[in-house]
Ligand binder design. Structure first.
Ligand code: CDP
Ligand code: CDP
Length: 209
C-alpha cells in the first residue's frame, strides 16, 4: 500500500504521515527534507537560487545533512520553495522518491506532489489543509518552542509567500489530485486529525477489498 500525503506548510501532513506509517508499519519519507537539503547546500555554497538553476540542480547534497535540525528553519524552508520550482532540481530528486514509494510492502510519503507526480498510482491519497492563520499559529508555536523570535505576522507572511510559490510554479505545483481525499485539520486536534486519516485509509481498504 502506498499512502500519499500532500498539503501546504504546517497543514499537519507530516504528523499524519508519521502516524499512518507507525499504524500500518510502513517506512516513511518526508520529501520536503530532500528539497530542504538542496536549499541548505545552496546556502552553504552561496549560490543564488533564483538565477543559478543549473548549478543548484547539480549541487546535490550529503545524506548526513538529512538529520540536521538546521533544515527545519524558516530560512531554509523559503529557499527550499525557490529551488523546488526548478524542473532540473525536481528531476534530480524524482527517482529517489519513486524508488522509496515503490519498495516492496509499500510506503508513506508526504510532500506537495506525491499523489500527482511521484506516486500517481498510490492506493490512498490525502490532501491535508488548514487555514493560513491556523498554520501560521502552529509554525509560530513551534519556532517559539525552539527559542525563535520571529513575530506571528512574519511567520504568516512567510507561509503565504511559500503557499503562493508552491501553488503557482509550473513544475509539479501544489494541487489536490482529483482522486485525493481532502482532510481539513483547521479545527482538529492532532489525535482527531490522525483518527480521521486512519478512518479514510480503512474506508479505502474496505472499498478495494
Ligand atoms: O514542512 P513544511 O510543509 O513547512 O515544508 P516541507 O514539506 O519541508 O517543504 C519545504 C519546501 O519544499 C516546500 O515549500 C516546497 O516548495 C518544497 N517541496 C516540494 O516542492 N515538493 C515536495 N514533494 C516537498 C517539498
Ligand atoms: O508537515 P507539515 O508542515 O504539514 O505540518 P506538521 O509538522 O505535521 O505540523 C505542524 C505543527 O502543527 C506541529 O507542531 C504539529 O504538532 C501541529 N499540529 C497541530 O497543532 N494540529 C494538527 N491537527 C496537526 C498538527
Amino acid at each position: 500500500m502506498i499512502i500519499a500525503v500532500d498539503g501546504p506548510a504546517a497543514s499537519g501532513k507530516g504528523t499524519i504521515a508519521r502516524a499512518l506509517a507507525h499504524r500500518y508499519r510502513l517506512p516513511h519519507l518526508d520529501t520536503g527534507l530532500l528539497y530542504r537539503a538542496v536549499a541548505a547546500t545552496v546556502l552553504q555554497h552561496d549560490l543564488d537560487p533564483a538565477i543559478e538553476a543549473d548549478a543548484v540542480a547539480s549541487c546535490g547534497f550529503d545524506d548526513m545533512l538529512l538529520g540536521d535540525p538546521e533544515l527545519r528553519t524558516d530560512r531554509v524552508g523559503q529557499v527550499a520553495s525557490i529551488v523546488s520550482a526548478h524542473p532540473l532540481v525536481r528531476a534530480a530528486l524524482l527517482q529517489r522518491q519513486r524508488r522509496f514509494a515503490r519498495q516492496p510492502g509499500g510506503a508513506v510519503l508526504d510532500g506537495r506532489d506525491i499523489g500527482t507526480v511521484i506516486a500517481p498510482e498510490a492506493e490512498v491519497k490525502l490532501f491535508v489543509k488548514a487555514t493560513p492563520t491556523i498554520r501560521a499559529r502552529r509554525r509560530h508555536a513551534e519556532l517559539q518552542a525552539r527559542g525563535g523570535t520571529q513575530s506571528f505576522d512574519r511567520v504568516l507572511a512567510d507561509i503565504r509567500a511559500r503557499d503562493q510559490r508552491d501553488a503557482q510554479r509550473t513544475a509539479a505545483p501544489l494541487v489536490q489530485a482529483p482522486d485525493a481525499v481532502l482532510l481539513d485539520t483547521s479545527f482538529l486536534s492532532i489525535d482527531a486529525a490522525v483518527q480521521k486519516a486512519i478512518d479514510l485509509v480503512e474506508a479505502k481498504r474496505r472499498g478495494a477489498a
